[in-house]
Design a binder for this molecule. Structure first.
Ligand code: ZN
Length: 510
């Protein structure tokens, strides 16, 4: 970390000094360092990168460095923290807000995942947040704004005013549980309105925190010239883009990378009066070698211990015998596989659901009467897979089922467990032409019809040979989806014990 900044900064400082106009100075120049993180819901580091304690460490380092020079640091968040982590499934994201408070964020924007538990839970979380959260394009019950969120923010920094607004992706209603009371205005419309307000209030620099794909960020910048900087999120890209006038910065996800935009702001006498100039330098810090902040690391350890306790919680008894041994989940219809697929379909409202047997890993048996814990489900579904939904043509669904049984003789992990559909197959026929009698919702599959299908994100990416699923048109993609394991836990808790049996969803004919 130290090495990185030392090597990057002197060069950029030189460039900055050279390019400053030689005009009478009207205000003291200001160093403003923006430290930006987005799409972070993971407590601790994974493969040595990311997590709360590393984000905190960089923020602290940068504050010490910049404040010693009389400058100011803005620690910003680009949305998506309340969900979909495991612990969030239990405390509805409260631990993330507590950590964000402790790290000391200065501003955040609402992401789609902030609405995963519905608007009422979000209102509670916003009450807990000690930092301003922006929702500039959101309206609630027909009125602009969202309870507890700001539409705009003006931050004093030295002799300058920094204006902030926050924009949330307009497809949030289809990606989360924002419900009928929450509406999202087109990004550029809201951005134009709020930017004008901020400029009237004297903002020298306008920053839009956004949670949208970068194509939308580009569109917003093109349509609203008054925005200087976009600090983004949502598509998990590591991105720095600068055309000399406007800049976009996105920092990947989970704090694996932390983006720093170090700006020298100055007000000079231009041809037509005082004029603001700002010169950015950018660094994108890979947190792999960043030391963890010990104080935050301790809090994280506390939450991890709480997670362990939450995992020991009973969720319901199974009334039927369950067998998740490797051969059992890869060779034929399986009660546990049916349970997982049923939970995915129930959580998404899809026409049909499919998950691969290789994703079920407990390799054990549960006798009738056995009480399942949350940990049992996580042991069965350890990959952190998410449930995505897509519009998929009947012909591609058929191809997926053909793939699913194409290597049944090898015990391959691609074997499909399904819900909302049933089919038969002949294992002795050549792979690719084994499947017959496909019913979706009790009706014969229509090859030309488009179905809403829920699958795990691994097979959606074409994993385990499921190439035809890549033809689907995403409805909820992996960056917006919820954990399969959380859905199965909730499904069991909502029901009256596990009663799912083998019932002829996948029938072998030979
Ligand atoms: Zn998002």
């Amino acid at each position: 970390m130290r090495v990185l900044l030392r090597t990057v900064l002197p060069v950029l400082l030189l460039a900055t000094l050279v390019s400053l106009p030689r005009l009478p100075v009207l205000a003291e120049p200001l160093r403003l360092s923006i430290v930006h993180v987005n799409d972070w819901d993971r407590l601790d580091a994974k493969d040595r990168a990311g997590g709360a304690a590393k984000i905190a460490s960089i923020a602290r380092y940068e504050r010490d460095r910049v404040e010693a020079e009389g400058g100011q640091v803005l620690l910003t968040f680009g949305g998506d923290m309340l969900s979909p982590s495991l612990l969030s499934g239990f405390d509805k994201g409260a631990h993330m807000v507590a950590l964000a408070n402790a790290i000391g964020f200065n501003a955040a924007v609402l992401g789609n995942h902030e609405f995963d538990f519905g608007p009422d839970v979000l209102i509670d979380r916003l009450k807990e947040a000690e930092y301003p959260v922006l929702g500039s394009n959101i309206s609630y019950k027909g009125k602009p704004g969202f309870p507890g969120a700001e539409r705009s923010l003006l931050v004093e920094a030295g002799e300058y005013k920094i204006g902030l607004l926050g924009l949330t992706t307009t497809d949030t209603p289809s990606l989360s549980s924002s419900g009928p009371d929450v509406a999202f205005a087109p990004l550029a419309d809201a951005a134009r309105e709020i930017t004008e307000v901020l400029r009237r209030q004297g903002a020298d620099l306008v920053i839009a925190l956004t949670h949208a794909v970068y194509q939308k960020d580009l569109e917003t910048l093109r349509q609203v010239a008054g925005i200087d900087i976009v600090l983004g999120g949502h598509d998990h890209l590591v991105l720095v883009l600068y055309d000399g006038k406007q800049a976009i910065l996105k920092s990947g996800s989970q704090g694996n990378f932390v983006g720093i935009m170090d700006i020298l702001i100055d007000r000079v006498e231009g041809r037509s009066g005082p004029q603001l100039v700002w010169q950015p330098s950018f660094s994108m810090v890979n947190t792999l070698e960043v030391e963890e902040d010990p104080e935050i690391a301790q809090r994280v350890a506390g939450f991890v211990a709480r997670l362990d306790k939450e995992l020991a919680v009973d969720i319901g008894a199974t009334e039927v015998a369950l067998d998740t041994r490797r051969a059992a989940v890869r060779s034929g219809e399986n009660a546990f596989g049916n349970l997982v697929a049923d939970a995915m379909r129930a959580a998404t409202g899809a026409d049909a659901a499919l998950t691969n047997g290789g994703g079920i890993r407990g390799d054990t048996t549960y006798a009738p009467g056995r009480v399942l814990t949350r940990k049992d489900i996580l042991t069965e579904l350890p990959f952190g897979n998410k449930t995505v939904t897509m519009r998929l043509k009947g012909s591609d669904l058929k191809a997926a089922l053909e793939n699913g049984v194409s290597k049944v003789e090898e015990g391959a992990g691609r074997f499909p467990h399904v819900s909302g559909l049933s089919f038969a197959y002949s294992g002795s026929k050549p792979a690719g032409s084994r499947v017959s009698d496909i019913l979706v919702g009790g009706l014969p599959l229509d090859l030309g019809k488009v179905y809403v299908v829920a699958v795990n994100d691994f097979v959606a990416r074409g994993g385990d040979g499921y190439a035809s699923l890549e033809n689907g048109e995403p409805i909820v993609d992996a960056s917006s989806a919820r954990l399969m394991a959380s859905q199965v836990i909730e499904f069991i808790q909502a029901g009256d014990g596990v009663t799912t049996e083998v019932e002829g969803r996948v029938r072998r004919l030979d």
